[in-house]
Design a protein around this ligand. Structure first.
Ligand code: 2HA
Ligand code: ZN
Length: 272
């Protein structure tokens, strides 16, 4: 089987193109990574050609020996569907989780996403807390969520509650809520540590004045999560554009009723 025929590669490409079509990936904005299952590595094994080991810049021992499919640094989501071998790469981590080598793709001397530290630290946390079921980390420049980071207090409680109120499905889709990282320099260790700390309790981390990170078990769940949060933010932007207050909304008691019928646990700290 050719590398591009593998199901996980097709799923990755489709998700990247869906994000492009949503308008979340201007120029080289955003990045996507997938922690490849051992049997999926075997499916494409004969297509792999390992390059030189290079430092990741952080240490992720919980991911030692794992393989990831990632978007490339400076690459455009718009081009993924046309030139996947240039836009994407598969990397392997060494036994310490400190060095990586490219085993497929990034053919014109490309490198993995500039946000590789955040992706890997998020994968490490999510692998641990989910018992291994989480495999996708997605970063997008979602317009409406970014707009809200200029007008709402940068607090987990405020963003969670406002986003929940904008669409009845929200508390069912992200019952744990969302976390917020204040503005920080992207690409480095510090923002990776702050984001992965939030990923211990949430599947969504908002980067103020920048975008969002979402984590999930597969491409559908992770894209759907990003889409749901961003759509909710769009409704809030429209509502705030009409008038500054709400005439009616979903109340804390309504949320408790919803939680009971939909069998989700909604933390009381968001039902103030
Ligand atoms: O350009 O989105 O955060 C890629 C990014 C950096
Ligand atoms: Zn970004």
């Amino acid at each position: 089987m050719g590398f591009l025929d593998a199901g996980f590669v097709q799923g990755f490409i489709r998700m990247a193109n869906d994000g492009w079509e949503q308008g979340w990936h201007e120029r080289n904005g955003g990045n996507l990574s997938y922690r490849v299952r051992p049997e999926e590595v075997e499916e494409v094994r004969e297509c792999l050609a390992p390059g030189e080991w290079q430092p990741v810049g952080i240490s992720v021992p919980g991911l030692a020996g794992e393989y990831f499919l990632v978007t490339g640094s400076g690459k455009y989501f718009r081009n993924v569907i046309l030139k996947p071998e240039d836009s994407l790469g598969m990397i392997e981590l060494d036994g310490a989780g400190e060095n990586y080598r490219i085993v497929w793709g990034l053919v014109s001397g490309g490198r993995p996403t500039s946000e590789l530290p955040s992706h890997l630290m998020n994968h490490e946390v999510k692998k641990e807390v989910s018992g291994g079921t989480y495999r996708v980390i997605y970063h997008a420049h979602t317009t409406n969520v970014i707009a809200l980071t200029f007008v709402l207090p940068l607090k987990d409680e405020v963003f969670t509650r406002e986003l929940w109120e904008m669409a009845t499905e929200c508390p069912v889709v992200f019952p744990d809520g969302v976390g917020v990282v204040p503005w920080m320099v992207p690409g480095g260790r510090e923002i990776a540590v702050a984001t992965s700390r939030l990923m211990r309790q949430y599947d969504v981390a908002i980067w103020a004045h920048h975008g969002m990170f979402a984590a999930g078990e597969d491409f559908d769940l992770t894209f759907g999560l990003m889409h749901t949060v961003e759509k909710s933010a769009e409704i809030l932007v429209k509502t705030l554009s009409m008038r500054p207050d709400k005439l009616q909304t979903i109340t804390p008691e309504n949320f408790r009723d919803l939680a009971r019928d939909f069998h989700v646990t909604l933390p009381e700290r968001f039902l103030y």
